[in-house]
Write a protein that binds this ligand. Structure first.
Ligand code: RB5
Length: 144
């Protein structure tokens, strides 16, 4: 059961982050915004690493990261052991990465997808449960 969701972006993801915060506020979820706080240029690794370390440190949490393409945030977050960050541009990948990868960080490209697509992706990623079984064996091999 997820108890809290962190959200963070760089300047290129700021607009979509602010939009998604409103979308998440309508759900029964605790949301913590880790920045950035405006569209002034910042370095995505600072925000990506901070969120990834918080998610890795508490199993009951998940995170959403947004940069321009989503690629820089994905590279950053997946360096942190225990984080399974998934860059998604459509809902099928969001569903399958929860079912098969037990994704705990969703990554979006603020310059790649629109707001409605981001909502659809986020909805399915939040509501899909991990399947376990053979997929857990594969996840264990990632961490070894
Ligand atoms: C920032 O200009 C941009 O490089 C960043 O948001 C991201 O797309 C990096 O992967």
């Amino acid at each position: 059961m997820m108890k809290k969701i962190f959200i963070a972006s760089d300047h290129a993801g700021f607009e979509l982050k602010e939009y998604l915060k409103g979308f998440l506020a309508d759900k029964d979820l605790e949301v913590e915004d880790l920045g950035c706080d405006n569209e002034e240029s910042v370095d995505y690794p600072e925000y990506g690493r901070k969120l990834a370390e918080l998610v890795a440190g508490d199993e009951g949490t998940r995170g959403i990261l947004i940069c321009g393409t989503g690629v820089g945030m994905s590279i950053t977050a997946n360096r942190v052991s225990g984080v399974r960050a998934s860059l998604c541009s459509e809902p099928l990948s969001a569903k399958l990465t929860r079912l098969h990868n037990d994704s705990n960080v969703l990554v979006l490209g603020g310059r790649v997808i629109g707001k409605t697509m981001a909502e659809e992706i986020t909805d399915v990623w939040l509501s899909t449960e991990f399947e376990g079984g053979r997929h857990q064996r594969r996840l264990d091999k990632i961490e070894k």
